[in-house]
Design a protein around this ligand. Structure first.
Ligand SMILES: *Cc1c(COP(=O)(O)O)cnc(C)c1O
Length: 396
């Protein structure tokens, strides 16, 4: 092993995940970066302090630990810079506050992560931003919604819970013709399965809480921008005093090392279960972009390199008055699948999906929507658990 930084260009994704973000020989050969706990950073003299003429100046402005993670994420996203924030939701609110002002108009995809809608409808509207939701499958038709004061177009693909795919390239091209910044919540695919900046997106958003963490024990977000928008994003994060904590950054970088192999397993198991669900009479539809039956499948196949472990299905229930009771009977019977928010960890989860906040893509009429996160357990055991759930739903 030599002393040079790892030359990652051209290397396979798992090779890169194993070596990006930290050069061991920059820190006594230790394989992992140090966890630097910091507020104060000392300067050697007043002149250096006055000019801020050294690499690190204060704890909120980055440490060797947070830099290691940011460099790794820049490598994966192809971005000019990354800021770390305390949650995935903050990874949405920080860029929105960085780029939007009173009097601006923002276009938000209707299948957006629900707390993003809450932030837009309450705080952004209070600050004088005009918020409008658009159909996820609008594609180039987004141009018809852009006004002279439209500043930001926010995308998320697949959509939260209902998995609608978006033609990101077409949307970004239309938005750029009118000078808008394009943001994308890329949490589901991770940069391993989709690289937003390669498709014209300016700012890629992640709940690193999910797959990068991988163990349901960290809450953190990242925002990665291209060269055009990086200075404004970075300034906003510094101005608001938003930063990521060193222990969390360390754990996320640790999680990245195994994310490729974990995702392969999540992908394979989730597809296996999705196909099995699709073959069942008690399932109305399976909402998974990698299934040819799904409406966004062609876009997924064209643009994405893989599928992660989260998807939804619609339990077949004839009578709308029974939607909730049947969904609860199904979910309350599961024992391997936990009932809880978030995803991306090693354990399987199942939740009832509420779509009551949607304004365009409303809840489907053919049954209750249930979202699954397929963890790292053995598929045969997961199927057995789901079988028991279907039996309970049928029995009531
Ligand atoms: C979970 C999630 C978030 C928010 O992440 P937190 O760390 O839980 O705040 C944002 N976007 C998407 C798509 C998510 O699934």
């Amino acid at each position: 092993m030599n002393n040079k930084a790892f030359p990652s260009a051209g290397a396979g994704v798992n090779t890169r995940l194993a070596h990006i973000g930290h050069d061991p020989h920059a820190y006594h050969g230790f394989v992992n970066p140090p966890v630097v706990h910091a507020s104060t950073v000392l300067f050697p003299d007043c002149r250096t302090m006055e000019k801020r003429d050294q690499k690190y100046t204060y704890g909120t402005r980055g440490t060797p630990t947070t830099d290691a993670l940011c460099e790794a994420l820049d490598e994966l996203e192809g971005s000019a810079g990354t800021v770390l924030v305390p949650s995935g939701l903050a990874a949405i609110s920080v860029p929105f506050l960085a780029f939007l002002s009173a009097g601006d108009h923002a276009l938000i995809v209707d299948s957006v992560y629900a707390p993003c809608r809450q932030f837009c409808n309450t705080m952004l509207r209070r600050l004088g931003v005009d918020i409008e939701y658009y159909d996820p499958e609008i594609g180039a038709g987004i141009e018809g919604l852009i006004k002279s004061n439209t500043k930001l177009v926010h995308t998320e693909a697949p959509g939260s819970n209902t998995m609608e795919m978006q033609d990101i390239r077409a949307i970004a091209d239309a938005a750029h013709r009118h000078g808008c910044v394009v943001t994308m919540d890329n949490t589901w695919a991770t940069p391993l399965y989709f690289r937003p900046l390669d498709f014209g997106v300016d700012v890629s958003i992640h709940a690193t809480t999910k797959y990068p963490s991988g163990h349901s024990d960290i809450v953190m977000g990242s925002v990665s921008a291209n060269a055009k928008y990086w200075p404004q994003l970075h300034d906003a994060a510094i101005t608001m005093g938003i930063c990521g904590a060193p222990d969390d950054a360390y754990q996320i970088l640790r999680g990245l090392r195994s994310m490729g192999v974990r995702l392969e397993h999540h992908q394979r198991s989730a597809l296996d279960i999705a196909r099995w669900l699709e073959s069942r009479d008690d399932v109305a539809r399976v909402l998974h972009p990698a299934l040819p039956s799904f409406s966004g499948h062609e876009i997924w196949k064209r643009d994405f390199k893989g599928a992660s472990g989260v998807f939804s299905f619609i339990l077949k229930v004839e009578d709308e008055r029974q939607f909730k009771a049947k969904a609860h009977a199904f979910l309350d019977t599961l024992s391997l699948f936990g009932l809880g928010y978030s995803w991306g960890g090693y354990e399987s989860l199942a939740v009832p999906v509420s779509l009551s906040d949607r304004t365009i893509r409303k809840a489907p009429p053919d049954g209750p929507v249930i979202r699954l996160q397929i963890g790292l357990e053995d598929v045969a055991d997961l199927r057995k658990d789901l079988e028991a759930g279907f039996a309970s739903a049928a029995a009531m």
